[in-house]
Design a protein around this ligand. Structure first.
Ligand SMILES: *Cc1c(COP(=O)(O)O)cnc(C)c1O
Length: 387
């Protein structure tokens, strides 16, 4: 499209016309019966996308970081022991938030691009009595995906609550919240959920809500306190008006449309599409001789790829890729920040966009002096899409 670049960073992403059009409608009162209906529907649809039939959804105006704090603030009391499986930038942030709320945080460390195995986590859980195991499902700083299913099993054996930062996974990676025994799974609107930035989204298990209700001390953040938000979510779902803080009306309506699109495609089909497009994109990068930040193929996420710059290429190539039509992201993990770039392929990404971004990278790398067979990357991606 003339004058428009494809936005393929790991959030915000490209949004559908229907979702964008919804945001531009005249703003309704937050107690308008139509808005109450749509808010109620959005909460119900979240349960289906999260696969958490008995979970409690929350929709609060804010970014993914607020979703993280909404989770931490309500289930943590001073002195609680928390184990963080470290994968990069966003697990560091989760640790900071836990510490701010008085938790004693311990970390299972790993090298950039890697993550400790389930056995190592099991040993740590057995050695200490932890209230919470915190996992970043897909670490957006490295493109590493963790095995939430196995980790949640191990946490259950040791009685720990499982908190999943799914900001780069919910709606794009398999996350069967209730069957896997996840207690809180959170995300933000602008990632695989496919709604413009501005909504913190979270689903809490019954056990997480019970943990909150059994608190001895009040929640130390006024805005985050579920005591304020829970009655509002319950009211909207019962199709009644309620107020604590004005909801982001236009965004909630857009979210409702986006969740419809997700459920219309179907979770299984959607996850399969993410896997297929990720594989096609990576086949293209490999054909150019490029390699990936995650240490092993089993760690590669389907929502984004983190790619090493080869010899002689640096972050200035991102400007060339932008000129060729695609906005990509630089590195984020502090230890390797200048050595790689990131490409988001989540949400409604289609085959056309996968080929377009692959072509843009191929042309920009050629302009930057990288030698590879012209068209090989696009051909490899196309072959995978056809296969
Ligand atoms: C993007 C992201 C966040 C932070 O979300 P914001 O909306 O930028 O606050 C947290 N965790 C992960 C895994 C993310 O990808």
């Amino acid at each position: 499209m003339q004058g428009r670049r494809l936005l393929m960073i790991p959030g915000p992403i490209e949004f559908t016309y229907e979702v964008l059009a919804e945001t531009s409608k005249p703003t309704l009162s937050h107690v308008d019966p139509q808005f109450i209906e749509e808010f109620g529907q959005a909460l119900e649809k979240m349960r289906k996308v999260w696969l958490a039939p008995s979970g409690q959804p929350f929709i609060v105006a804010g970014s993914g970081t607020l979703a993280m704090e909404l989770a931490v603030a309500n289930i943590t009391e001073p002195g609680d022991r928390v184990l963080i499986l470290h994968t990069g930038y966003f697990s560091d942030r989760m640790g900071d938030i836990f510490r701010r709320h008085g938790a004693e945080v311990e970390v299972v460390a790993s090298e950039p691009g890697d993550v400790a195995g389930v056995k190592a986590v099991k040993a740590r859980l057995a050695a200490g009595s932890y209230k919470i195991l915190s996992i970043t499902h897909v670490d957006t700083s490295t493109g590493v995906r963790t095995d939430v299913h196995s980790l949640a099993k191990v946490a259950a054996e040791h009685g720990a609550l499982v908190l999943v930062d799914g900001v780069c996974s919910v709606g794009g990676e398999a996350l069967d919240m209730e069957a896997w025994g996840v207690d809180i799974a959170l995300t933000a609107s602008q990632k695989a959920i496919g709604t413009p930035p501005g909504l913190a989204l979270l689903v809490a298990s019954r056990r997480a809500i019970e943990t909150f209700r059994a608190r001895k001390k009040p929640v130390s953040s006024y805005y985050c306190d579920w005591s304020n938000w829970l009655p509002v979510m319950e009211a909207y779902e019962a199709r009644k008006a309620a107020y604590f803080g004005t909801p982001a009306v236009n965004l909630v309506r857009a979210l409702n449309v986006s969740l419809d699109q997700i459920l219309a495609e179907g979770m299984e089909a959607r996850l399969a599409r993410h896997a297929r497009h990720a594989a096609a994109f990576r086949a293209g990068m490999r054909a150019m001789g490029l390699s990936f930040v995650p240490a092993r193929e089993s760690l590669y996420a389907n929502t984004l790829s983190a790619i090493w710059y080869p010899q002689g290429i640096d972050a200035s190539v991102l400007g060339l890729i932008s000129e060729e039509g695609a906005m990509l992201a630089g590195g984020l993990h502090p230890a390797i920040k200048t050595r790689y770039f990131r490409v988001g392929h989540m949400g409604m990404t289609n085959a056309e966009e996968i080929l377009a971004v692959t072509g843009a990278i191929e042309r920009a790398f050629a302009r930057a002096g990288w030698k590879s067979e012209p068209g090989a990357a696009v051909a490899a991606a196309q072959r995978m899409l056809l296969g």
